[in-house]
Design a protein around this ligand. Sequence first.
Ligand code: URA
Length: 230
Amino acid sequence: MRLDRFLSNLPRFSRKDVRLVLIAGRVQVDGLPVKDPLHEVREFSQVRIDDEVLQLGKPARYFMLHKPQGCVSATVDPQHPTVLDLLDEPDKDDLHIAGRLDFNTSGLTLITNDGQWSRRLTQPTTKLAKVYYVETEDEIGAHYIEKFTEGFYFAFENLTTQPAELTILGSHRARLSIVEGRYHQVKRMFGHFDNKVTRLHRESMGPLMLDSALEPGQYRALSADEIALV
Ligand code: URA
């Protein structure tokens, strides 16, 4: 919400008061004086006037989890363990998953309560690469590479996938970089060649790589530097 709107929503300030307190430099957001009425106030922002706190700002939380196979990328599931079950954190209802993985896909899963941050990671328009290690039932042909670059038509969504980069690592192994996260995207891409994906593991999302110190099922908080990369 804009700072001027945030302030004028408080019963004590008229619109004129808002203009005056802003011009006087009496308002601080996250410890810094802000005069711009359009400055964005988030649920995480601390807002003060002089020495008085108007909004405390809730802590923004960011975690990196090594998702194991056999666990659901959902907040609740009646049958199977979920990725949130693996987190020993308070207020888990407030958290969401930035880019789900299938039940049997392993690898980097980012979990946060910051919707703007997770959208930057997952929106196709931001074109952040998601890199997967893939193993397949049948041989991966050199001709696959061109098709991945060209794109696959997905009839259900009526779209053609954005150019993807396939690096063949062995007869049945590849690394794939895609910028979207359509439903079962990688499996459907290989499905075009009738080639079943037998192992799928997400190595990175944009600038964030799965920490090699994390065993499947383990997680850690992101550092301030990692959060700022996105
Ligand atoms: N593509 C898939 O098919 N499955 C995943 O879990 C992720 C990407």
